[in-house]
Each structure stands twice: as C-alpha cells, then as structure tokens.
Design a binder for this molecule. Structure first.
Ligand SMILES: Nc1ncnc2c1ncn2[C@@H]1O[C@H](COP(=O)(O)OP(=O)(O)O)[C@@H](O)[C@H]1O
Ligand SMILES: C[C@@](O)(CCOP(=O)(O)O)CC(=O)O
Ligand SMILES: [Mg+2]
Length: 381
C-alpha cells in the first residue's frame, strides 16, 4: 500500500520570535512543498523487516530493523496512542538519539539528527513497530526560515494518518484531510516541532497544515482574507542557522531584560495586528497607501528583530541592497541568516526588480518569488 502526502512551507510576514512569547504573528503558506511517500508492505515479509527513511534530495538513507527499534525505544506503550498526541519524554528522546547516532549521519549534515529523531517518534507513536519505506523530497531549503521542519512534520503525519484511515479515495489526485484529521495531524506535527525547535509557538505547523494566510496568537488561529495584492521577493542568504539556538537565545535575553523585552514583544504584537488589519481592510484606501503602511511596519518589525539579537550581517546586506531601490525588507522565520522578504509594490517596475535580483545574486544570494496563501496539507492514494 502506498500513500503520498505533501505540506507547504511558509513565510512569516510579521511577528516571528515574539509569537513564541505570546505576541500575535501573521504567516502565509507558500507554494513550495515537502513530499512524503509512505510504502507499507501488503503482507508481512520476514526478509524485509525494516523501517527505512530516504531523504532523496540529499541521497541519504537511514534504516533500522523493527526488532532493533522495539528494543531501543524506551517508552511505555500504554501512554502512546495515535489519537492522543503526546510529548516525547526526555528519556524516550535519549533512547531515540542512540538509534539515530547508530546511523552515523555525516558531520556536515548533523542538523538532520533532530529531524530523524522526530521521524522515529512520530512514526512509532502513530503506526507502532511495523516495517515501511518512507521517501522524503522537498522543494524547501533546509534551515532557512521557510518552515522546512514544520512542512516535514506535517507531511509525515498526514501520510501516517491517511494510511490508517478507512476512507481511501483512489486516483483523484491531491485531496485535503477532514477537519478532525487536520486537527490531529496539526497536534502531532507540533509535538514533532518541539523535538526540532525546543519551544515552538506552533505557527509554522498550523499554517503548513491549514494553508492560507493566518493571524496566530497563543494557539488561536484567525484565517485572513487578503484584500490587497501581496508580492514578496524571497532572498535566501544561504547562511545556515538553527531555529532552536536562535529561539533559546531570545528567551535568554528575555530572562536578562524582562521589562525591555516585554516592551519589544508588545510592540511586535501591535505591528502584527496592524499588518493583519491592513491586509484585510475593505476600506477605500488605495493599494499604494496600504503598501506604504505594510512597508513601514516591515521596517519596524525588522528593527525589533535586531533588538532581539536575531539579525545577521548577510540580512543587513540584503536590506541595504533593496533599500537603494526604495524597497523594504525584513528577515522571515528565525533569522540569523536564512531568508529575507522584500515587499514588491504593484507599481515597482520589472526592470527595478531585475536589477535588485541581479545585485543580490551577485552577492551570492539566491532570489525567488512564491505564491502566497495557498493550500495546506494534502494526501494522495
Ligand atoms: N525533509 C526533511 N527531512 C528530514 N528532516 C528535515 C526535513 N526538513 C527539515 N528537517 C529538520 O528540520 C531542521 C531545520 O529546521 P529549522 O532549523 O527549524 O529551519 P526551517 O524550519 O526554517 O527550515 C533540519 O535540520 C532537520 O533536522
Ligand atoms: C522563530 C519562530 O517564530 C519561527 C521559526 O521558523 P523557522 O523554523 O525558522 O522556519 C519560532 C516559532 O514560532 O516557533
Ligand atoms: Mg523550523
């Protein structure tokens, strides 16, 4: 039996990091996906009693015998049920880390360890100890702020949940999951994100699961309906970074300077709420005026991200380059490198965009555009 699932990456228009501390943020799905193919043997076959994960884009494969997993994963199965997503205890995570270490992941790719641990936790929690081959491909750059970790968790969970539902509509292309399963997969994906991020807000897995554009605050989701064109240039600085380290850096700063950081988080909250309001407003305000407001709010948000300590010299270079052409930019996702968003107002000419892209690419960055606010998780049999 084979089932496929896909889940999108995202951009955060306003509010990253502060959202971890209870502020509002605005995010949108983008049309770049992570794909998971789950192959379950139809009959138990003793010669292939293995769980294998293939990361196709990286030409990497990790595999364990089911008996090794049963012996290695220390959890109390009475506490684990597919329908009640639970956090991976530190003892279980340690036992999973041993199984991951046995795979000798190349040093240059060691950041994948948390993703592979997440895979083992979610897979065994939902399907138990049964053999399978899981094939992953992705259009998202790893660790660049576009939510590859959440898309991976959401797509994986969607495939696992779909394989265990009785309603399998074959041959009709991609279809979305029902509300109950979406809610379930979103909760599991959040548990996965906890292994990768430490302390996620849940915005990335939520927007990847549900798609569209959302306003998110302390787990509460408001779906946004945009009433203005929103075109963003995405620049990948290609500077590698790790969301977990950046998120904990901000928390440490908040412990050192609680009052100041609270003011920063409150300011971000106001910015995100204003961004959401402008995007949705049906008032007779011209598109140019709306774009001017979004531009200014992006600049303010970037300033506050700098004060949280999550910007980077490569991000500054993108900001300065785009500013020469009167375009505003802010980092998106965890920062520290990764991707930067530049608002492309409707009136900006194609020639200017080409020039900006040329300058950015000559600095070694990679530029692209993506369609914003599209589909969430989908499955296909
Ligand atoms: N397709 C994938 N397969 C396995 N692990 C993945 C995949 N995508 C992401 N991950 C995990 O997520 C990590 C990157 O997540 P993170 O630092 O949050 O950055 P982002 O979510 O912005 O891409 C990777 O180092 C890896 O552990
Ligand atoms: C920094 C943060 O706000 C977003 C992280 O996004 P990403 O993993 O960098 O794509 C963390 C979170 O909300 O969980
Ligand atoms: Mg992430």
């Amino acid at each position: 039996m084979e089932v496929k699932a896909r889940a999108p990456g995202k951009i955060i228009l306003a509010g990253e990091h502060a959202v971890v501390h209870g502020s509002t943020a605005v995010a949108a799905a983008i049309d770049l996906y992570t794909y998971v193919t789950l192959r379950l043997p139809l009959h138990s076959d003793e010669s292939n009693d293995r769980l294998t994960i293939q990361l196709k884009d990286l030409s990497l494969e990790f595999t364990w015998s089911v008996s090794r997993l049963k012996e290695g994963i220390a959890y109390d199965s009475s506490n684990v049920s597919p329908s009640t997503p639970a956090s991976c205890s530190s003892q279980t995570l340690k036992s999973i880390a041993v199984l991951v270490e046995e795979q000798n992941i190349p040093e240059a790719k060691i950041q994948l360890s948390s993703g592979i641990s997440t895979f083992l936790w979610i897979y065994t929690s939902i399907l138990g100890f049964i053999p399978a081959t899981v094939i992953i491909t992705t259009e998202l750059p790893y660790g660049s702020g576009l939510g590859s970790s959440a898309a991976f968790c959401v797509a994986l969970t969607a495939a696992l949940i779909a394989s265990s539902t009785s309603d399998k509509t074959h041959g009709e292309g991609w279809s979305s999951l029902d509300e109950t399963n979406l809610e379930l997969l979103n909760k599991w994906a959040f548990e996965g994100e906890k292994i990768i991020h430490g302390k996620p807000s849940g915005i990335d897995n939520t927007v990847s699961a549900y798609g569209n554009m959302i306003k998110f605050c302390s787990g509460e989701i408001t779906r946004l309906k945009s009433n203005m064109p929103l075109r963003m240039l995405i620049t990948n600085t290609k500077v590698g970074r790790n969301t977990k380290a950046l998120v904990s850096g901000v928390s440490e700063r908040a412990v050192r300077h609680p009052e100041a950081m609270n003011s920063v988080f409150n300011a971000v909250d106001s910015i995100s709420k204003e961004v959401a309001a402008i995007i949705q407003t049906k008032d007779e305000i011209s598109v140019t005026e709306k774009e001017e407001s979004v531009k200014e709010l992006m600049e303010m948000n970037q300033g506050l991200l700098e004060s949280m300590g999550v910007s980077h010299s490569s991000i500054d270079t993108v900001i300065q380059t785009t500013l020469k052409h009167k375009l505003a930019s802010k980092l998106t996702g965890a920062g520290g490198g990764g991707c930067v968003l530049t608002l492309l107002p409707t009136l900006v000419s194609g020639t200017v965009v080409e020039k900006v892209v040329e300058e950015l690419e000559s600095s070694g960055f990679q530029c692209f555009t993506a369609s914003i606010g599209g589909k969430g998780a989908e499955i296909c049999f």
